[in-house]
Design a protein around this ligand. Structure first.
Ligand SMILES: Cc1cc2nc3c(=O)[nH]c(=O)nc-3n(C[C@H](O)[C@H](O)[C@H](O)COP(=O)(O)OP(=O)(O)OC[C@H]3O[C@@H](n4cnc5c(N)ncnc54)[C@H](O)[C@@H]3O)c2cc1C
Length: 409
């Protein structure tokens, strides 16, 4: 019998990981990506153990590790004077959660995935090919693909919508009725700065999280410490400019004014960045369902989330593993997709809601901010760290049932 055929819309982190997990589950996979090339773009990414364990399971982690960095800690600092509120030790991450906590350039992750995909004969990636529509029936799925002005069709046994925040698949499934992503009132300003231009205290091998009034700042070193990834998150209006909706240039003078009362080293770090890109941050309530018949959502398409737990890509990677496991176990596609949803929806929804809550805590002001800092300090790094066990623990994810998705009978 010939291998079943999975169609995937979207060749981002979620789509490529899904392709790898499905290939390992015995599927032939066609990925359709609207961009002309699988670009190795972007800035930094924190990859928690729940994600790195899965990357390891299909061989991408070894490709990523040489260009990534293991942080010693997460240091939480107070914006006004830079005082350390708490330090969460990460050195034992691998021992504690079963896989490493990594700081990586998104381009390096994308490259590691592209190389791993290139080694899988069962996967074909079509670039410059946008999903334009689909119809799901009892025996299969038919999709329409647009390549410029040309429209073609393809058929398969299932369609996975890994087409990101503004997912066409989600819209067509009408799964997001009433809960489509909305602008959160916050923007993320991102820049990469050469380490030699950055104050010494900002170059530590740590993730630093500064909490200020209606703003926070995250920075960490990348690529062996050669560059520092900086993300400044502020509450502000955002007027969509459709040409470069996702990453419009940001005016450094705005940040200078916004962070004027922050400690000097934080201001120096911001001043050292020359090329700011601004990202509107979107949020959405959890969807009640991710699947309909032979179609399923994955990654940001299924659970758009704010980046305050640094989990969007990690959850997409978890989705991919669960999808591969479900379809590897059961060749009844509709039943397997329902099992995938059952394995993932509650956890990913929790992460969405926790990310939102985290963002509110980060931006507290006045006495509430003071109370937050005192509580964080009193709890201390080790106890704060244990609050992430439910999220980072790779052991349940490494369970044979989830990762070892052998072929179905
Ligand atoms: C400021 C910021 C910081 C972040 N930091 C972290 C972090 O530290 N750790 C972490 O885990 N996550 C982080 N994230 C989240 C992470 O970037 C996303 O959650 C993740 O990239 C989602 O992957 P995805 O594959 O689901 O979607 P995407 O990466 O959006 O990929 C979707 C793909 O689908 C393609 N596509 C769209 N429509 C179509 C179509 N019709 N046909 C064909 N292709 C289509 C797109 O071109 C794109 O390539 C951060 C996000 C932001 C904004």
């Amino acid at each position: 019998m010939s291998a079943p055929h999975a169609l995937i819309a979207g060749g981002g982190v979620g789509g490529l990981c899904a392709a790898l997990c499905l290939a390992r589950a015995g599927f032939r996979v066609s990925v359709y990506e609207q961009a002309k090339a699988l670009e190795e773009i972007g800035a930094g990414l924190q990859l928690s153990p729940n994600a790195s364990a899965i990357l390891r399971s299909f061989g991408a982690l070894d490709r990523l590790i040489p260009s990534s960095l293991v942080p010693r800690a997460v240091r939480i600092r107070r914006a006004r004077d830079g005082a350390t509120v708490a330090t969460l030790p990460l050195e034992d991450a691998e021992k504690r959660w079963g896989a490493p906590y990594l700081l990586a350039h998104r381009a390096d992750l994308q490259r590691a995935l592209i190389e791993t995909v290139a080694g899988e004969e069962a996967i074909t990636v079509h670039t410059g090919a946008a999903l334009a529509g689909f119809a799901s029936g009892a025996d299969g799925v038919a999709i329409a693909i647009k390549r410029g002005a040309i429209r073609t069709e393809a058929t398969g046994d299932c369609l996975i919508g890994a087409d990101g925040l503004r997912s066409l698949v989600r819209q067509r499934l009408a799964a997001d009725r009433g809960v489509s992503p909305r602008f959160s009132g916050r923007t993320a300003w991102r820049a990469l700065v050469e380490a030699s231009r950055v104050p010494a205290e900002m170059r530590r091998e740590e993730t630093s999280l500064w909490l200020g009034k209606r703003a926070h700042l995250v920075h960490y070193p990348l690529r062996g410490g050669a560059v520092v990834n900086v993300v400044a998150i502020v509450e502000e209006d955002f007027r969509a400019n459709s040409e470069n909706f996702w990453s419009s240039p940001g005016d450094p003078a705005y940040l200078e004014a916004r962070f004027a009362r922050w400690r000097e080293s934080a201001r120096d770090l911001l001043a050292a960045a020359s090329d700011w890109r601004k990202w509107p941050l979107f949020d959405a309530d959890p969807l009640p369902s991710w699947t309909a018949g032979r179609v399923a959502l994955l990654g940001d398409a299924a659970h758009p989330m704010l980046p305050f737990l640094a989990q969007g890509a990690a959850q997409a990677i978890e989705d991919a593993a669960a999808l591969g496991a479900a379809l590897g176990r059961d060749r009844n596609i509709e039943r397997a997709l329902a099992a995938y949803q059952a394995a993932r929806l509650a956890r990913a929804s929790r992460v969405q809601l926790e990310s939102r809550r985290q963002g509110k805590i980060y931006h507290l002001t006045g006495p509430a901010a003071l109370a937050r800092d005192l509580a964080l300090h009193a709890l201390g790094g080790a106890r704060l760290l244990s609050r992430y066990d439910w999220l980072y623990d790779a052991h349940p994810l490494c369970d044979a049932a989830v990762l070892k998705s052998g072929s179905a009978e």
